[in-house]
Design a protein. Sequence first.
Length: 368
Amino acid sequence: MLFVIIVGAVALVAYLGIKTSSSVDLVLVVGEVAVIAALAITILVSVGPAHYSAAVLSPRSSPNGQLTDITNAMIYGITAFAGFEAATALGEEARNPRRSVPASTIGVVIVTGIFYLLVIHAEMFGVGRQGIAGFVRQGNPLGYLTGRYWSPSAVWAIDLVVVLAGLGFVIATFNVAIRVLFAMGREQVVPGALARLSRRRTPIISIACVAVFALVLGLPLTYGYGGVRTFGYIAGAGGLAVVLVYLAVNIAVIRAFRTEFRDEFRLWRHLLVPAAAAVLFLFPLWGILHPRADHLVDLLHFTALGWLCLGVVVAVVLRVRRPSSFEMMGRVFMPAEGQPAYALESAGDLAGHGGQQGHGFHDGDGDA
């Protein structure tokens, strides 16, 4: 029942408009970061620099002391970090997308990276090298640390923060999925009905499709395995798609700056960094594609792989049969330089002219 309520609430916020949904998401994220960062700082101060040890970050400190511990952990680490590029999906609704989208994307990477490092160090120093194995078996790791370094009576606050953080994650994911579906419908890559707008000028059909998909996928798993395990299963399966996308992007950067943009090529930025990143992504990919195959969490990876393969087939068919539509894919997120997205025509006009570049929708708050 709670799952249905959350999906319904997120769909309603999305229906009200991007300004409302992004504001709610921002409040949730700021609250989450503030509380968890406060806990992390408390732990680091309580432990004291004298007890800081790099040994807790050694691969030998993993629960089983094996490389697979690292590769499996990277799957969830990458999945947790994924989404920093979500600002690009909202580029149409930014006043100056060529400035704000890169700035916000880089800013999120820096802030999130610092936050994650702070929390990771606090957790590892807080339990010590000998306590890592027991810590990972805790049903509520943050609750355990809260009870130990704050007070057992404060555990409810951390539990609430975790729930609200999950809600913020769902809101952000919905926003991205909705706008990608809307853009694909507008470009006639998928049925044009997905570009239909509500009276609040929000993509009502895309919102409904994402909500239904979440219910169809999440309800059976939640009923059978519970919310926490379901999230872990889906996050692990989604990790395969994330890893492959990031791996492909790094390779594409090398190819693009060695061919189309040779004049802008820089050895460090366009070869060494993406090549190193591509190699690093091979480790979690190995962990994903060599499962034990005796748990649902392992088999879901191959479901995601099948979905990706289906997408490749559709893209190839589209490129052969409708090359103009294929070339337009994604262009709607890149307004012409000097042309602010909020000044573009509304998608209500575009609904009857599917596939034209540079047409956005006004959100339900009156802003574009």
